[in-house]
Design a protein around this ligand. Sequence first.
Ligand code: SAH
Length: 388
Amino acid sequence: MPSPAVPVPASVPGGDLAGGLPIGLTSRPGRRQPPPRHLADLDPAGRRAAASQLGQQGFRADQLSRHYFARLTDDPADMTDLPAGDRAELAGALLPRLLTAERELTCDEGTTRKTLWRALDGAYIESVLMRYPGRVTMCVSSQAGCGMACPFCATGQAGLTRNLSAAEIVAQVVAGARALAAGEVPGGPGRISNVVFMGMGEPLANYAHVLGAVRRLTDPVPDGLGISQRGITVSTVGLVPAIGRLAGEGLSVRLAVSLHAPDDGLRDELVPVNRRWKVAEVLAAAWAYAAATGRRVSIEYALIRDVNDQAWRADALARLLAGQLAHVNLIPLNPTPGSRWTASRPADMREFEARLAARGVPVTVRDTRGTQIDGACGQLAATDRAGG
Ligand code: SAH
């Protein structure tokens, strides 16, 4: 076996932000048919151009945008402002159904619901809606599978199937928004306030489509869904060049960095991409992101019993974060099937948290909603379960 620490030469054209990943990590999906083009892949000008290509007037694209992003429908029968003879063709060409709900699981009295989606090529992905008092968060997938190979994560075990298109990402949120608007989620009709890219996949390894999705989610209605940029969180293993690029987009979305260890020795194992970009580089990119956006960075830390939860590691983490625009989210590990690891003991979690707090580092323990439906952090592994 060649040493996994030796970076693979970037075999992809310059600009592939995940190029040069260590052996075993994949940044590129296999050759597959991309999903059909959808209005949510395009900005408003692109949509008008697409309508013209269909022999339609440009404003038909604006009407379709209103149906999709404001009325949350893609059913031609609802589109009575379009000429009856053109509805099916326009909707078919610009609003193809990209995802079919294969299974829906709920818990927490219906306020947490996980959907297993099948894409047109048969790829499976999952999304989770979580309603809290005063806010609704959608956790979305950015890739089918994931190439980052983190050994404690269910998705990481399956490998990467492919990138999702921007429209496939947006479709997960539109479906949640539709269910909420229809009053299908206990608590009365509501809206989505937050979107976290913490489902399947590494969002920054699918940079262009994730950025497109962020624009569609945050553009004002009816160009987009009108969700506040501040309500969006992009979570990453730490692809340093892509963090730098995101910092330059002029967005105020939150960055979450999945750190999980303060030392390179352990992080090389828990988050294998650390062999390419070390803790110090990842954190430097995070602080530059905070400086550029004014937004506190979330540091994600899954507490794994006797692996990364020692008091000395809490102190080391506190030293790295003290004085920075950061907040630590401690997540008790959700053990995944076949994993040799489990969650930390409650006393060790409390000690870890207290040591960070004592050094002035803001810290919270993440709630683990959706555990019963395998909808909690790191449990999404659609391809496994869809087959079994
Ligand atoms: N690839 C991105 C986003 C997806 S995972 C990332 O790594 O940030 C979202 C978060 O869940 C990450 O912090 C990830 O490390 C964490 N996670 C994955 N598996 C987990 C598990 N079994 N228990 C707890 N957290 C987990």
